[in-house]
Write a protein that binds this ligand. Structure first.
Ligand code: NAP
Length: 263
């Protein structure tokens, strides 16, 4: 018996689709299981799927996600509202094809603790009261001294989000990597940055080291926190991956084309 949970965006349409999903699922004998589901259905948009991911991040290896979009087609939310009954029927009849996407792992060091996060899309660091001033090391070697608005570190599947808006490249999720992209860097005699985004492979890491007393804003996907005691942040490609349950083929480049070219 398939054990599932539903996370909806909270608006009237998403809530009503969630209700319809429960009714259809009951007809096929699926079991509603909020604690330990096998499949998590996200209803809303890509942002809702980020929320669903963070709700179940502690069981990331045990669950698979399916996204239903209430508007246009999304990157994670790749079923549309009018396809609900077709989706439930396929879930009842077919074993899904599981695809696995890389995640970013972030370790934040303060004088008193180490905080640990996973990101499905990206991790962004900005200064709260002024420009961000940080040293970026790659594999323990100094790489650049960054001053500017911020840095976005994205996963391949997050490369179509904030990363794209700041000029980063779109990366296929089969390429296990992190992309480091600048937001409005200042380049002068003291601060000199690469000026383009770059990709780290799975066995490399980068450290972002705070170079002045500064209050920092960290955004992990949609979750924002502020702290003034951060010493350094280590970013790596996680050894864990997120699973998506596919009930029909959905090539990544078709989604890119449909989202950005064939409007
Ligand atoms: P939001 O600010 O309410 O919405 C951000 C937009 O990004 C939504 O339209 C969302 O799609 C879309 N999106 C989310 N993940 C995506 C992906 N992997 N590829 C393409 N588009 C994607 O915030 P949110 O919904 O909580 O999402 C958080 C994300 O917003 C962050 O991870 C970051 O990447 C992005 N962001 C982008 C900018 C920018 O581009 N200037 C600035 C800040 C944050 P839906 O409408 O389907 O939910």
């Amino acid at each position: 018996m398939l054990k599932y949970a539903v996370i909806d965006r909270g608006d009237t349409l998403s809530q009503s689709l969630a209700e319809q999903f429960h009714q259809l699922a009951a007809g096929y004998g699926f079991q509603r299981e909020d604690e330990k589901p096998e499949i998590v259905i996200s209803i809303g948009g890509d942002g809702t799927l980020l929320q669903a991911f963070h709700n179940y991040v502690h069981r990331v290896e045990e669950v698979a996600f399916v996204g239903i979009h209430t508007g246009h087609l999304g990157f994670y939310a790749d079923w549309q509202a009018n396809e609900l009954s077709k989706l439930v029927e396929l879930m009842a009849k077919e074993e899904p094809h599981l695809v696995h996407y890389p995640l970013a792992e972030i370790e934040v060091e303060t004088p008193n603790e180490k905080l640990h996060y996973f990101a499905l899309n990206d991790f962004t660091i900005k200064g709260v009261d002024g420009t961000l001033v940080v040293q970026v090391n790659v594999n323990n070697e100094p790489f650049e001294m960054f001053r500017g608005d911020g840095i976005v570190i994205s996963t391949p599947s997050g490369s179509t989000a904030y990363n794209k808006s700041v000029g980063g490249a779109i990366v296929h999720p089969s390429i296990e990597s992190l992309q480091i992209a600048e937001i409005a860097s200042i380049n002068n005699r003291v601060y000199r940055t690469l000026g383009s985004s770059f990709l780290l492979p799975q066995h490399h890491h980068c450290d972002i080291i705070s170079k002045k007393e500064q209050r920092l804003q960290l955004v992990i996907d949609h979750v924002s926190i502020q702290r003034n005691d951060i010493r350094s942040i280590r970013c790596t490609v996680s050894s864990h991956k997120v699973n998506f349950a596919r009930y029909r083929p959905l090539p990544f480049w078709n989604r890119v084309r449909d989202a950005f070219i064939d409007l």
